[in-house]
Design a binder for this molecule. Structure first.
Ligand code: SF4
Length: 381
């Protein structure tokens, strides 16, 4: 039977919770350590108001992914979390089978908390582990140890989460190939449905960024070997790489994140949250206090023209294992992909990009140097 939701356009909802217990040494995300109770309450009230306002834009849309990101969303008092979810459900048409994800960090959510948010309707948990090695966690300035993670993972399973993602990092201080292999092995043993593995990026305005030469990291070749190892080990364990840094068991890809890479619409609510909606990109200011004070006129509004959309398809879709579909590209933009981005031929000849008559996609070799290839294709086509 066709329902109303089937007739509506699909939309994702992102809700940003910018509070953490302590800032990790590498983190430049929009979050503050130890937000006081009063600020958290005002911020949550603003989120609810804003959800009501944004819902007016979303009439005619069915929301099939909701994502609570941060920060550490599970630091929200459970009552506020319930109120924000209520505001989502009462203002938006959320589909029955919507994927509703919440990020969490070990040692921030009790078994009871996890069980309650599962009952509220959150059905996917994304846990920030980064490493199974205590020394590496300390070097990153994480607030938790391995045991905290294992307890959170086990509590989440007991709470009924059958869709869990675990975040890992490579190229981090004190890490070796052996220790990274060990982290992967111990993670895989738990059988999460999804694993993300990102290379540490040193950002300027962070303690790591200020350490300069004192920060000792695996070099680029070592980090690249770690990525290669990660792809191979996870493939052996039944996780396929569907995006450069994301691996999933069959059917467990992150529907919400796929939305970003496929260029589908989403509304982001909260400090620094970005939206792509009605052909425009816009974002809230990263000023958390301003958002909590109800100052939420979105800034950085940018109309995405055809040229920009074509370039975004290259940047975002080529991150995916499926790559860019030639027919879809041509019917959307009226020009063959290989004509607009002629530079791609060079990388097909070199074996870094494959074309099977339908899709352009990176080969294994291509994925390892994807940033370089993408910049060449975009700069010289
Ligand atoms: S827990 Fe995540 S958001 Fe919070 S400081 Fe650490 S890396 Fe940043």
């Amino acid at each position: 039977m066709i329902t109303d939701a089937d007739m509506k356009k699909s939309l994702g909802l992102y809700i940003h919770i910018p509070f953490c217990k302590r800032k990790c040494l590498y983190c430049d995300f929009c979050s503050v350590a130890g937000g006081n109770e009063e600020l958290v309450e005002r911020y949550a009230a603003s989120l609810k108001t804003c959800l009501t306002q944004y819902a007016k834009m979303a009439e005619g849309y069915a929301v099939d992914t909701v994502y609570f990101g941060g920060g550490t969303p599970t630091l929200l008092p459970i009552g506020l979390m319930g109120e924000i979810l209520d505001a989502c459900f009462s203002n938006f048409d959320i589909t029955r089978d919507a994927e509703i994800t919440c990020e969490t960090n070990p040692a921030t959510a009790s078994a009871e908390y996890l069980s309650t948010i599962r009952k509220f309707g959150i059905n996917r948990l994304s846990i920030g582990l980064q490493s199974m090695m205590e020394n590496e966690l300390r070097a990153l300035g994480r607030i938790h140890g391995r045991e905290d993670f294992l307890r959170t993972f086990s509590d989440a399973r007991k709470a009924g989460f059958d869709n869990i993602s675990v975040d890992l990092m490579y190229g981090i201080p004190e890490q070796t190939m052996e220790s990274f292999k060990d982290t992967i092995e111990k993670t895989v043993k738990l059988s999460p449905e999804h694993i993300s593995a990102y290379c540490l990026k040193v950002e300027e305005n962070t303690p790591f960024g200020r350490m300069g030469d004192k920060l000792i990291l695996p070099d680029d070749d070592e980090a690249s070997d770690m990525y290669e190892e990660c792809v191979k080990s996870l493939a052996r364990a039944g996780y396929s790489r569907y995006e450069i840094s994301n691996f999933a068991r069959e059917g467990r890809e992150s529907k919400h994140n796929l939305r970003y890479w496929l260029g589908r619409e989403y509304l982001g609510i909260g400090a620094a949250a970005h939206s792509y909606f009605g052909g425009e990109r816009f974002a809230f200011s990263p000023n958390i206090t301003a958002f909590a004070n109800g100052e939420f006129s979105a800034c950085e509004r940018e109309k995405i023209d055809t040229e920009e959309r074509m370039r975004e398809q290259v940047m975002l879709r080529m991150r995916l294992q499926i790559g860019v579909n030639a027919d879809e590209f041509e019917s959307e933009f009226g020009i063959p992909f290989e004509t607009r981005f002629s530079e791609i031929k060079r990388f097909i000849d070199s074996g870094h990009v494959a074309f099977d008559g339908k899709n352009y996609r990176f080969t294994d070799e291509g994925f390892f140097v994807s940033s370089y290839i993408l910049s060449e294709i975009l700069d010289f086509s």
